[in-house]
Design a protein around this ligand. Structure first.
Ligand SMILES: NC(=O)c1ccc[n+]([C@@H]2O[C@H](COP(=O)([O-])OP(=O)(O)OC[C@H]3O[C@@H](n4cnc5c(N)ncnc54)[C@H](OP(=O)(O)O)[C@@H]3O)[C@@H](O)[C@H]2O)c1
Length: 250
């Protein structure tokens, strides 16, 4: 298979690319940091094509995909893993930075729908394709400070289900993966704007999921027979669980 993985420079996206290539697939890896993608390209050689674009630069997405060189041509793409995304800040809504909110919306929603809109006509034309979106438990369960991040992941969940509705009759699969706490990525470092102590503290004394757990899930979904569609899959580490509703007493 030829698979596009967004957010391939690190974290889940790197590990998804790695396992797919180890299992004989080719990956077009998208991220902003060209130097990171180039390092990955030297690791995986011809199996990995580095495509350095900013997913918030919406006008650049379609031309970049349409000018991919052989054998990575757009009409040959079998699957899209919409993984690029970020959380910024953990302040309550009244104290959050509006710029952070817009950046999350631009990346997690607008970038994701733009690349999906670019590739879908080819999937329909080929009557074949798989779209795997990276949602989050934050799209289903609220938590203080989750505000717009959770909102973007709720969008991703519902967009995934609505794509399934629109694509009825086509041989195209859509899955939303909804992970809970996953360590070993830059997610919290990005969320806390580079504060390593705050980021480390999120995972201290926990046994979080790993990026390999998520990569294995993507690999499993892609390996299923073509008639099998996983609509949504929610996964958490065993040590993460639910809390009761917060009732503030007067
Ligand atoms: N880690 C968790 O606990 C967790 C849980 C649930 C869901 N998720 C979701 O899983 C996905 C991956 O998270 P992660 O933990 O692997 O985070 P990460 O280590 O921070 O990786 C995020 C990736 O997205 C790319 N990216 C960010 N903004 C981009 C942009 N504007 N254009 C192109 N690429 C961009 C980054 O590359 P560049 O910086 O090089 O552009 C990086 O490769 C995200 O959608 C996240 O919301 C994570």
């Amino acid at each position: 298979m030829l698979v596009v993985v967004t957010g391939a420079s690190t974290g889940f996206g790197y590990h998804i690319s790695k396992i797919l290539i180890e299992h004989g697939h080719q990956v077009i890896g998208i991220a902003r940091r060209k130097e990171k993608l180039d390092e990955i390209q030297s690791e995986f050689k011809d199996q990995f094509y580095p495509l350095a674009i900013d997913m918030t630069n919406l006008d650049s997405i379609e031309p970049a995909l349409k000018s991919l060189p052989a054998p990575f041509n757009i009409e040959k793409i079998d699957a899209l893993v919409n993984n690029a995304g970020l959380a910024l800040g953990l302040a309550t809504a009244d104290k959050a930075d509006l710029k952070d909110w817009y950046q999350m919306i631009d990346t997690n929603i607008k970038g994701l729908v733009t690349i999906t809109h670019t590739l879908l006509p080819y999937f329909v034309q080929n009557n074949k394709g798989t779209i795997i979106n990276m949602g989050s438990v934050a799209g289903t369960y609220p938590y203080p400070g989750g505000n717009v991040y959770g909102g973007t992941k709720a969008f991703v969940e519902q967009f995934s289900l609505n794509l399934r509705a629109d694509l009825a009759g086509h041989n195209i699969r859509v899955t939303n993966i909804e992970p809970g706490l996953v360590g070993g990525t830059e997610f919290s470092l990005v969320r806390f704007h580079g504060d390593q102590n705050k980021a480390d503290n999120v995972y201290k004394d926990t046994k979080a999921l790993t990026p390999e757990d998520i990569a294995n899930t993507v690999d499993w979904i892609l390996s299923l027979p073509e008639h099998v569609n996983i609509n949504r899959i929610e996964l958490m580490p065993v040590m993460q669980s639910f809390s009761p509703f917060n009732i503030v007493k007067r």
